[in-house]
Design a protein around this ligand. Structure first.
Ligand code: URA
Length: 239
């Protein structure tokens, strides 16, 4: 249960004072009845958007909220980096949500593909923790033809990236052509895929993530588009 004014403020609908006036003005409707008391206690369930409207529009989904985005090229994953961020592709109000949304790991500005965004800390840690072994699959396009030895080198679990002291976990490479490969990794070190190919004398010219665990990037999710994760998507990640 949550106080209505706190719930709406945490969803980004305004300060406590502002959401109080939304209630006073009769803009908040639950199960067909106008709510008059900003201090009312509301059961916060996942189906709230089907039951509550604000000014006639379904309320935003409450926490915990997780979505998948087809990250386009040229946008950054962090609030701190300069440039347009993935958060700018979401509804403006969501920037004021508490708890706030974070990306589940990061994709470089020049990497596209499947990105999860969540306010659910335990979920985030479960996906990114190397101990959980959730596989992330990338398609890398390369500057030079592969030698044929990359698969064995990446699978060995001994590859050391420049400047690091721990070898990488084994990774699985599948060649898609002379200049393109699918690479599945279970860690998320800084620029990992680009640095792995650099370690074998190659250079990644394009990088796209198409899978996290058993969850593939849907073919109909265009670059820049996003949708909420369904329970089936959630299960697929860890399945
Ligand atoms: N590895 C990279 O080099 N870049 C990414 O964005 C993700 C994995």
């Amino acid at each position: 249960m949550a106080r209505l004014d706190r719930l709406l403020a945490n969803l980004g609908y305004g300060s406590r004072r502002e959401v109080n006036s939304l209630v006073r003005d009769g803009k908040v409707v639950l199960d067909g009845a106008t709510l008059k008391d900003a201090g009312a206690r509301i059961a916060v369930t996942a189906d709230l958007p089907a039951r509550m409207t604000i000014s006639g529009v379904a309320v935003d989904p409450p926490a915990p909220l997780t979505l998948m985005m087809h990250k386009p090229l040229g946008v950054v994953c962090s609030h701190k980096e300069v440039g347009r961020s993935v958060y700018e592709l979401l509804p403006h109000r969501w920037r004021a949500r508490m708890p706030g949304l974070s990306t589940v790991g990061r994709l470089d500005k020049e990497t596209s593909g499947l990105l999860l965004i969540t306010d659910d800390g335990p979920f985030l840690h479960r996906v990114i923790s190397p101990r959980a072994h959730v596989a992330k699959r990338y398609v890398a396009t390369l500057d030079r033809p592969m030698s044929g030895e990359e698969g064995a080198i990446f699978a060995a679990g001994t590859l050391m990236l420049e400047g690091e002291t721990d070898p990488l976990e084994p990774a699985v490479l599948e060649a898609l052509g002379t200049h393109q490969a699918q690479l599945t990794i279970t860690e998320g070190r800084y620029h990992q895929v680009r640095r792995m190919f650099a370690a074998v004398g190659n250079h990644v010219t394009a990088l796209h993530r198409d899978r996290i665990g058993g969850l593939g990037l849907p073919g109909d999710l265009e670059p820049g588009a996003w949708r909420l994760l369904t329970p089936a998507d959630h299960a697929a990640i860890f399945g």
